[in-house]
Design a protein around this ligand. Structure first.
Ligand code: NDP
Ligand code: OXD
Length: 308
């Protein structure tokens, strides 16, 4: 009965140490040292190996090492093998930090000031009070709600848009496709924290940008596939949007020469908004395995029909 890990190898070494301490009787292996594939019962992966089901015939549980699961083709997992996304506090805390940093950077024109610095330009830009800068978050799940919770302290008027209705104190909540235009019309800084699904792919496009107040700002911390890249460039170049912070892209890494690298209105980070903390992730995995053995419900279990 083995746990196989296939993700960031530096953090993998930490996982191995923690497993040895906390579950010394449970063999733990780091990809590509898979041992006997028939012994692998639990797979923890970022990019999963091809043909998981055929390679590991006795799998009981598959974990995404991250909060998102779009990198998995759930249809290829046998129905009795649950896919579980990582629910551990480290991911949430780091996302909250990154999102607050980026919203403040967009609010205080940091992207424009970085461009000015490159051009050796010393010029003030008008300051907007936080009370007049409306921040809207798409996706009111675990991360969206945590980010909104921390943004409250800055005094931004807050809104959120979600598939199903939500009620969050201090946040104007919108639900469903019909409510999207209204939400966008009241959003000066748009934050995307949606999962990537067939419904949300390409949602950040020219039509959506056109519904935002002119000169709005964008933070995409969801997935690169949410964004139509050419539409973003056109929106930035025409003033429909004034700046964007992007943590995700498609593909990752972006190829050399891609227009995002040098665009003066884009601040790009290499998908580091949040990372899984081994300390707490190992406990989550061990707890989930124990729950599975007891036949209990599994927090973070991906709904096969929704895809997240
Ligand atoms: P959750 O599953 O907790 O929340 C997702 C939310 O999105 C739910 O509230 C869901 O609504 C809503 N949603 C899903 N589909 C739609 C839709 N079509 N229209 C409107 N709302 C929709 O996920 P998390 O908050 O934990 O994570 C969100 C995403 O953040 C991840 O999937 C991942 O892509 C990204 N992420 C990025 C990281 C980074 O480093 N850049 C790190 C971690 C995560 P409902 O509940 O009604 O179904
Ligand atoms: C995640 C991520 O999904 O890091 O956790 O993107």
């Amino acid at each position: 009965m083995t746990v196989l890990y296939k993700a960031n190898m530096v953090r993998g070494a930490e996982w191995a140490t923690l497993f040895a301490e906390r579950a010394p009787d449970l063999p733990f292996r780091l990809w590509p040292d898979i041992g006997d594939p028939a012994e692998v019962r639990y797979l923890v992966a970022w990019v999963p190996p091809d043909d998981i089901a055929a390679t590991f015939p006795n799998l009981e549980l598959v974990f995404s090492v991250g909060a998102g699961v779009d990198q998995f083709d759930i249809t290829k997992l046998p129905p009795h093998v649950p896919l579980v996304r990582m629910l551990e506090p480290g991911i949430t805390e780091r996302m909250v930090e990154y999102a607050c940093m980026s919203v403040l950077a967009l609010h205080r024109d940091l992207v424009q000031f970085i461009a000015q610095q490159r051009e050796q330009v010393w010029r003030e830009l008008p300051v907007t009070q936080t009370g007049k800068r409306r921040v809207g978050v798409m996706g009111l799940g675990l991360l969206g709600q945590a980010v909104l919770g921390r943004l409250k302290s800055f005094g931004f008027p807050l809104a959120g848009w979600n598939r199903s209705p939500r009620s969050i104190e201090g946040v104007t909540c919108y639900a469903g496709a019909d409510a999207l235009p209204d939400f966008l019309g009241h959003t000066d800084i748009l934050v995307c924290l949606l999962p990537l699904t067939p419904e949300t792919r390409g949602l950040l496009n020219a039509n959506l940008f056109a519904r935002l107040p002119r000169g709005a700002r964008l933070l995409n911390v969801g997935r690169g596939g949410h964004l139509i890249e050419a539409d973003l460039i056109a929106a930035l170049d025409s003033g429909v949007l004034s700046a964007a912070v992007l943590d995700v892209a498609e593909p990752e890494p972006l190829p050399a020469g891609h227009p995002f690298w040098g665009h003066p209105r884009i601040l790009l980070t290499p998908h580091i908004a949040s990372t899984t903390a081994p300390e707490t992730a190992v406990d989550f995995v061990l707890d989930t395995i124990a729950r599975r053995h007891r036949g209990e419900a599994l927090p973070g279990r991906v709904d096969r029909t929704r895809g997240y």
